[in-house]
Design a protein around this ligand. Structure first.
Ligand code: SDX
Length: 431
């Protein structure tokens, strides 16, 4: 039975404060420090929030030591094998698996909202052909707050539902428009007769000059990748969406902030960085050199796709994606799999190395995902966009939970100030 409070004695004045300990369904207890500053005049200090629970949530749970990931209590392995991305989206948004009628209605609502305003399409003409797709997607998603004024009462449940369905339905269309812009190809409109992943493949790869056949293996692989990337507790981009949303900002702009945060190479941008790294390593005989660089404190090089703030064991998503790589490459008839073979060998060597063992650095979700995106024909610049499409479901689900929280407050962390003490202004003639 865990204790129900922590007694904290201030060494400067002997004052003691009892801080309540709260337990969740599963996972570490938390010490509620909300009254700490008022009672003891001190802040806690936790840059990067490695030991801080920023909120209470019922959506996703990770056990980093055991390599466990659950969406609303369902293990990711079961959802990956038995569910679909649209069904997982419903689960994350509404908390329960839908029955047949609920799923059909939800799926239909998404299908009927995939088109974007024609003037939004014209925004892409403002970008150079070589603009990074993540920059275009972040910009155009942010512009949705300029188009959709009709449903911005975020305290109205119906408006929150319309926002959720709209952004989940339209993010693939915006992503495809960005991709087509980089190619200089005409945009392919979404089709209501296709499922979520197949529609995305159609919008990415169909051209007016010929009919495009959806490869079911590719659609199945995409659907799996979307399930695995859908949500992940209070990661950097989700925390960004919660913080931006906590001010009552337009929800589309909060999602745009999440896309911007995801783009960083330490976060979702790692999947693009992994492929660049594998291409730079080039061959198995150069792996040792790069592993040595990753271990060298004086070398900024890191093994991209390795390590995780929470997982100190295998990222279960990496395991599932690695399995999918084998299947997808074989069924797509890929014989030229040097990058996948290189990735497998790199994993094998790294996981036998004392440095990676001691620091508990395992492959994360980004290590293998790019292998599949590349096999599907996508350029590395689109990899993080794929992550953003899937994570939009998680961002929206977490934003809804935050907005509906009756105790919700604007996020406003404090700091430890170590700047100059008070001093008087010195006129320039006296400096
Ligand atoms: C995602 O949070 C999430 O849930 C994110 C995510 C999600 O679904 O939302 O899972 C998606 O972002 C996955 C992570 C993708 N990023 C990468 O693959 C980039 C490479 N990995 C790292 O930069 C790093 O591991 C992080 C950013 C993922 C985690 O960083 P932490 O928790 O702040 O850990 P750290 O940087 O303090 O590293 C701890 C030690 C350090 O050595 P010491 O200072 O203790 O001697 O491990 C070393 C680091 O130098 N280290 C690495 C390493 N990652 C950490 N050394 C070599 N190669 C690496 N990849």
């Amino acid at each position: 039975m865990s204790q129900d409070s922590f007694s904290l004695k201030n060494p400067n004045n002997g004052e003691t404060t009892d801080l309540q300990v709260r337990s969740g369904t599963v996972g570490p207890d938390v010490v509620d420090i909300r009254k700490l500053y008022a009672s003891q005049g001190v802040f806690t200090f936790d840059p990067g929030f490695a030991a801080t629970a920023s909120c209470e949530s019922k959506i996703t749970y990770i056990d980093g030591a055991q390599g466990v990931l659950m969406y609303r209590g369902y293990p990711i392995e079961q959802l990956a094998k038995q569910s679909s991305f649209v069904e997982v989206a419903y689960l994350l948004l509404y908390g329960e698996l839908p029955d047949g009628e609920q799923l059909a209605a939800f799926e239909q609502s998404i299908r009927l909202h995939t088109m974007i305003n024609e003037t939004m399409l014209r925004l892409f003409n403002g970008f150079h052909y070589d603009a990074h797709p993540m920059a275009m997607v972040a910009g155009v998603v942010g512009s949705m707050s300029a188009f959709y004024h009709d449903t911005t009462d975020i305290y109205d449940q119906r408006h929150r539902d319309i926002f959720a369905h709209r952004i989940i339905a339209k993010i693939p269309t915006i992503a495809a428009a960005a991709y087509k812009h980089t190619l200089g190809q005409p945009f392919s409109y979404p089709r209501n007769d296709l499922d979520y992943a197949s529609n995305l493949l159609h919008m990415f790869f169909a051209v007016p000059a010929e009919t495009y056949e959806i490869d079911p293996v590719a659609a199945e692989a995409l659907d799996l990748l979307f399930i695995l990337h859908a949500d992940h507790e209070q990661n950097c981009s989700t925390s960004t969406v919660r913080l931006a949303g906590s001010s009552g900002a337009n929800p589309y702009s909060a999602i745009a902030a999440g896309i911007a945060a995801l783009w960083g190479p330490a976060h979702g941008g790692a999947n693009e960085a992994v492929l660049t790294m594998l291409q730079e390593i080039g061959s198995v005989d150069r792996i040792e050199t790069y592993v040595a660089k990753a271990k060298d404190k004086d070398d900024p090089f890191r093994l991209m796709g390795f390590g995780h703030r929470v997982y100190k064991n295998f990222d279960p998503r990496a395991t599932l994606i690695r399995e999918a790589c084998h299947k997808v490459l074989a069924r797509l008839g890929r014989v030229d799999t040097p990058l996948f073979d290189l990735a497998l060998r790199l994993e094998e060597i790294a996981l036998q190395d004392e440095y990676f063992i001691e620091k508990k650095l395992y492959p994360n979700v980004d290590f293998y995902s790019g292998i599949i995106y590349r096999a599907l024909g996508l350029p590395t610049s689109m990899f993080t966009v794929m992550f953003a499409i899937a994570r939009t479901v998680g961002w929206v689900s977490q934003w809804r939970e935050m907005i509906a929280d009756p105790d919700g407050r604007i996020g406003r962390p404090r700091q430890l100030y170590t700047g100059p003490p008070k001093r008087d202004y010195v006129p320039i003639t006296e400096r």
